[in-house]
Design a protein around this ligand. Sequence first.
Ligand code: ME8
Length: 599
Amino acid sequence: MRTPFRFVTRSCKAVHRLQQSSFLSPISAVSSHQRIAVLRNTSTYFCKEDRSYYITTPIFYVNASPHLGHLYSAVIADCLHRYKLLQGFNSKFATGTDEHGLKIQQAAEAAGKDPLTFCTDVSERFKHLFNSCNISYTDYIRTTEQAHCQAVKHFWSVLCNKGLIYKGSYEGWYSTQDESFLTASQVGDAWDSSGKEIKVSLESGHKVEWMKEENYMFRLSAFRSQLLDWLRGNPRAIQPERFYQAVIQWLQEDLPDLSVSRQRSRLQWGIPVPGDAEQTIYVWLDALVNYLTVAGYPDKCSQWWNVAHHIVGKDILKFHAIYWPAFLLGAGLPLPQTIYVHSHWTVGGKKMSKSLGNVVDPLVRSQMFTTDGMRYFLLRQGVPDSDCDYTDNKVIKLLNAELADSLGGLLNRCTAPALNPAQVYPSFCPQSFPSQHGGRAVVEDYNMLDAVKNLPAVVEQHYESMHVYKALEAISACVRQTNGFVQRHAPWKLDRRDSKDQHWLDTIIHVSLECLRIYGTLLQPIVPEISNKLLSRLGVQPGERSWVDVNFLPRYQGMDCPFEGRALGSDSGVLFSRLETYMGLDTFISQSTELGLPT
Ligand code: ME8
């Protein structure tokens, strides 16, 4: 769903004054919880009913601890949620854990724990990771909660009453690791570690087993043309485009009815089929309904359900783009607005997985590189269309170049007492930087102004299509241009005793601070702590940080600038400390263990 920016701006302006007067708190670093509260309050001033937004991550299996890939999905969703709040939307953001099914039943058995205790332990680990990384979810759902079990039972009964579920028998391949039924064409040969021939899923590489069971089937085959109609009528429903095409392709192939239950004798850890205690509801049907549970289903849920957007990894596209919409069509409910699909993080070219032993622990990395550092890295390097290989060295190089040197260096230069002894947002002098050429500015400076002026629209477009890396690329290019501007005019060489030089010096700093204000505002969804530090240092109040405040350099257009002449905020140290490459990972992990940090 694209939001017309002009509409947002106008609808927000009327209440903007209200917000300004309600945020007169002194400028100091604002805690992340306070900031989210401010954003929320801000939204309620100018939120209309129809400006709701609902974003979800997959709910994660609790068979193992979270890894970097899980954090990646959560960071993307958090970024879109924060961005929507900045735009004045009333945004709901759900994440959580998927706790039923054979895979979890077996993992709990292997751990020698009762399933619920096992699920609670691992679910808490996910929650702890997300809280530590400033994932500002509004809802954390666990599929073992009562409200969810009721919602699933209700959903099942609706499908049943519509004649879409029938008792049948399934004979075919099943992957417990993927909790997925597979057709013969989706299965291939492989050898396990002992050299024994096994069958595996061609897509995931996980082992499959032949099963033959009496169970309930869903009439999936009846939905092929409705699904194709939906997709053809909504070409942006699945993004990026290559995944949309993949789903269209799948829908041209075989689409057999889907088994939606397992025999209770095999699977006890799940929700019983209403009216048949011998069967347990298939874990994917159970799990997908979580998105409705959070929206309020089976009670009134349209406020959220009509504006739902899912973030998913490419491994679970089929479940979200075929099974889920078919279930929803069957239940007579609207389909999600967008399914944003992302690719995988690999290590040494292989998908991170516990069985391969190549998982990257996101908690350890966010302690090493800071939470914002990790968030920035994941969103700057993660490309939805293709897999991305993770190394610590890439993180160090990127963060040193873009956060420490480029952005941090710019802030430091423009606020250092040597260049800015009065510690204010200095005045802009139109004669030094006139809108017609003729002052001291050169053509590259005008190009920079154009780029920064257009930046919010560019960033908005990329955030809307989940190409966050492109938004960050654009911001980073502008930061480099602003550094070039300062370097080119070397304000430290100007003579303060000469009034023209003094005006030009002030103008250079004013323009650079304006650039920084725009970068800080646009970066809030990505690096909330760094942005807060930056904006606080510039003296930008919490109520002056939303999307309506990204009007760049009003003095250049002959308008007033509310920041001109204002005292800067206090200096709370470097924006982002350079990371040292000598800090070896092994050393860090052993230190964390000694300190009792969870690894
Ligand atoms: O599939 N790179 O849960 P799950 C990027 N419970 N993202 C990754 C990743 C990687 N290497 N590995 C995992 C399930 N992910 C079901 C979902 S939803 C109703 C039920 C992310 O714990 C990515 O989002 O296996 C992927 O789709 C999800 O974690 C799978 O998590």
